[in-house]
Design a protein around this ligand. Structure first.
Ligand code: LLP
Length: 386
């Protein structure tokens, strides 16, 4: 089964480009809303790092969700897209002074603080701005996730967050400071997680930490469990919307919230992953003694995930229904790793055929680079193709 695309409109657009199916994005947002509405204290802050295309951001902000940012640039993009500042949270191990000042100026919801030196700088900058910064501590829960090593983040060996054993010390320090207000704890164990048991392990760890905090009578307003819910890269047509029911139920059943506590989520990939495809054209079909290559005009500069993480993206030939043949599908970049797939069965390819690399809505367009002096790919939505 192939996805349905406005291929007629695609003929007039310069390839490669990203195409976003806004109806699917809207259905995905509705599915999340249905779940979060069941629990008045559940709040989604969309992880902007997955995709900051202005049209995508606008749809998400219009749906009423907040944003999780990791840079001053992302904060500015979110404000421009209409996210209210008080729904923006800001994480990152290396926040520059200007980025902290930007967050303070706009009065963002809170900073997810990743070290004691950072806390001290935020306190100083808030004092200078005559304000109080709301801070939440990112705790490294030392919980592994069954996903690619480059995208696990919650292990002690990772650079992220504050060690669990230092949690009480940093909270104590924050309570002594005049220009920070301790409002919560933040966690994130990794990305593209499809086993709910991994999230359950995080819940168990948070329950333990909350017991320690109770003993010290420390009140925590918000628990932020980060993001990480994966998508079905192999079956984008059969599973276009992730199982949000199972995901939120895991937290509902296993996380013991205290009365009045708010639970924050930072999903990125699960929100935008399936609605985006990278559309490219076959430049040449090149037969060799061993195999044949389909050389397309998109490369690792447009979608780096296969080269960087050996990631699988389903590939479809939108222009041909002829019998399948086996191809190595490669881009034009001067790197041997510029390969989208090896030995891949695709409807027989011809020069000029339109090819879709599916499930590319998350960490696709946003990770594009200008290597080889290539132009960045543009992003178009369903409305642009009417
Ligand atoms: N919150 C924090 C603190 C994060 O570090 C991340 C992702 C998220 C939320 C959102 O995670 P998601 O729901 O999207 O899994 N470029 C890689 C993924 C890197 C994820 C980085 N952090 C990829 O293409 O697979």
């Amino acid at each position: 089964m192939k996805g349905s695309f406005p291929t007629q409109a695609f003929k007039d657009i310069q390839t490669p480009f990203y195409y976003y199916d806004t109806a699917l994005l809207q259905r995905t947002l509705d599915a999340i809303k249905e779940e979060t509405d069941k629990n008045g204290n559940y709040h989604l802050h969309y992880a902007v790092k997955a995709n900051a295309n202005p049209k995508v951001l606008q749809l998400i902000s219009r749906a009423g969700f907040g944003a999780d940012c990791v840079s001053g640039g992302e904060i500015s993009a979110c404000l421009a897209a209409g996210f209210p500042a008080d729904k923006i949270v800001y994480a990152g191990v290396g926040k520059s002074d200007w980025e902290i000042e930007l967050g303070l100026k706009h009065g963002i919801a809170y900073f997810n603080v990743e070290s004691l030196p950072e806390l001290e700088v935020i306190n100083e900058l808030a004092a200078r701005a005559r304000t109080v910064a709301r801070v939440s501590f990112r705790i490294n829960p030392n919980v592994g996730a069954h996903t690619h090593a480059h995208i696990t983040t919650g292990l002690s060996e990772n650079k992220f967050g504050i060690a669990m054993e230092d949690m009480l010390t940093v909270i104590g320090r924050a309570q002594q400071m005049d220009h920070v207000d301790f409002v919560g704890l933040h966690f994130h164990i990794g990305s593209q997680i499809t086993e709910m048991d991994d999230f359950k392990a995080l819940c168990d760890r948070i329950n333990e930490l909350q017991e320690q905090l109770d003993e010290h009578r420390i009140e925590v307003k918000n628990i932020n469990v980060g993001g990480g819910l994966g998508i079905d890269y192999r079956h984008p047509n059969e599973a276009p919307i992730p199982d949000f029911g199972a995901y939120f139920a895991t937290y509902r059943h296993h996380l013991h919230l205290r009365p009045g506590q708010q639970l924050h989520f930072e999903l990125g990939r699960a929100v935008v992953g399936q609605c985006g495809s990278l559309i490219t054209r076959v430049l040449y079909v090149k037969p060799t003694a061993h195999k044949q290559f389909a050389i397309v005009d998109a490369g690792m500069t447009d979608l780096i995930r296969p080269a960087l993480y050996q990631a699988y993206h389903r590939i479809e030939n939108l222009s041909s229904d002829e019998a399948e043949e086996t191809y190595d599908i490669v881009g034009p970049i001067c790197e041997s790793s510029d390969v989208f797939a090896k030995d891949y069965a695709l409807n027989r390819c011809h020069r000029g055929d339109l090819i879709a690399l599916r499930s590319a809505g998350a960490y696709g367009e946003i990770m594009a680079s200008g290597y080889n002096c290539r132009a960045l790919p543009k992003g178009y939505t369903t409305e642009d193709c009417d």
